[in-house]
Design a protein around this ligand. Structure first.
Ligand SMILES: C[S@@+](CC[C@H](N)C(=O)[O-])C[C@H]1O[C@@H](n2cnc3c(N)ncnc32)[C@H](O)[C@@H]1O
Length: 265
């Protein structure tokens, strides 16, 4: 594993659970695994999305795959009680070695972190049956727009994305999913967008998402500080600007992720 912008500390493992809860109403209306009996979740982390999938698709089994053993161990404890529906594997998703074929696959916030993510889709399609459905949700960080324009947040966001790229991640991978799926041999590809367009017309949602966004931004801070990409002062300036946006009468907070759906023939 190369280094990873969010890290694997317990606070980050908790953040993934909070994130899944906050974003579930935005992510899951589109996801449709009806008819699927056993899917793969690639980059399942601590099981935050797995929990939602288990509750939405009650007859479905899930095999969770993550490259990092401590994530899988945390997922096992977070998801205990669902043992008959779950199995866990520690594997690099670019080189899957699976005991069977599956009728679905789910990926959320993972391809963005993997150098050469095309290999994941090429490896994955070999483990999917004809008719299998894949759902991917990914970042498109260039879509972020906010008002008022504040330099602390702009500076931090630019460095956050540059740092992500320096680790061979791709903060705009969502925009590329159509080409990637097509090259890997998936068919019936559809792309859609989800996210938020907030302002003071809905202050409760604005505050909730800005709080979430602060946690997301801060999750990169430790790695960025220790690699001398950013200082504590720059982190504080980013947080201060987010607070200012939340209370600004002309606040705008806009972001779009990408969801891709495809089928195996
Ligand atoms: C941001 S977390 C997302 C976890 C989960 N999908 C969620 O939304 O809560 C990304 C996960 O991808 C895993 N990961 C990174 N590179 C991987 C690889 N090459 N193969 C499999 N998993 C990988 C990381 O260990 C981490 O758990």
């Amino acid at each position: 594993m190369t280094s990873y912008i969010h890290g694997y500390v317990p606070e980050e493992q908790e953040r993934l659970l909070d994130q899944a809860g906050v974003l579930a109403p935005l992510i899951y209306p589109a996801i449709d695994f009806h008819g699927c009996k056993h899917i793969l979740e690639i980059g399942s982390g601590v099981g935050a999305q797995t929990q939602v999938l288990l509750s939405l698709f009650r007859d479905m089994k899930i095999t969770c795959v993550d490259a990092v053993e401590s994530q899988i161990e945390k997922a096992k404890s977070n998801l205990s009680g669902n043992d008959s529906r779950l199995s866990f594997l520690v594997q690099d998703a670019r080189n899957l070695d699976l005991p069977r074929k599956f009728d679905g696959a789910f990926l959320c916030w993972v391809l963005e972190h993997i150098p050469n993510p095309q290999l994941v889709l090429e490896s994955l399609i070999k483990s999917l049956q004809p008719g299998a459905k894949i759902w991917i949700t990914e970042v498109f960080n260039s879509s972020f727009y906010f008002q008022p324009a504040l330099s602390g947040l702009t500076n931090y966001y630019e460095k956050y994305n540059s740092f992500h790229k320096s680790l061979d991640g791709d903060p705009d991978i969502g925009a590329k999913l159509g080409n990637m799926l097509s090259k890997a041999g998936f068919k019936e590809i559809t792309l859609s967008h989800g996210g938020f367009h907030l302002s003071q017309h809905d202050p409760e949602s604005l505050n909730k998402i800005i709080k979430y966004w602060k946690g997301l931004m801060k999750s990169g801070a430790a790695a960025m500080i220790s690699s001398n990409w950013i200082t504590e002062e720059e982190v504080n300036a980013m947080e201060k600007d987010l607070d200012q946006i939340a209370s600004d009468e002309n606040a705008v907070f806009y972001y779009q992720f990408v969801q891709a759906n495809a089928t195996v023939f």
